[in-house]
Design a protein around this ligand. Sequence first.
Ligand code: 4NP
Length: 156
Amino acid sequence: MQFKVMFVCLGNICRSPLAKALFEKHEYENGLQNRFYIDSAGTNRNHAGEGADRRTLLNARKNGLVFYHEAKQFKLSHFETFDLIVVMDRSNENNVKSLSADMELHKKVHLMRKWDIHGTNEDVPDPWYGGPEGFEEVFQILNRSTAALLRDLAFG
Ligand code: 4NP
């Protein structure tokens, strides 16, 4: 049985699709492809059905990463399906937890930067209203955080 990880942000077009793509890249590079089932979702549905934000895609391509994505909204049923729910910021955390009062389910929810050696427990900044440097910053944060998460899950 695959361990299932869901990455969550607000719109599911910038941060969480990139987190999924980077986690899968680390899996592949460590010979662990398909060891985990990975998905991503947004707490709102404003961008459902859309591809990833073009600024996210552009920045990822600059860093040698190309990926396909179709946005969707996080649903209560995902709480049951997934073993670990990794949220980008505290607002995402509140939105996800507000879907259920079950404290056992809440225990599945963790902040992405819990695994970031350069910013333990801070938020992954929302790059939406900023310039290209914000997308690069998010890429670097997610690159090292997802690598550390994979090491944690695969090798404990
Ligand atoms: P994401 O970024 O949550 O990382 O996908 C955003 C995407 C869309 C919006 C805000 C943040 N928006 O306001 O539409």
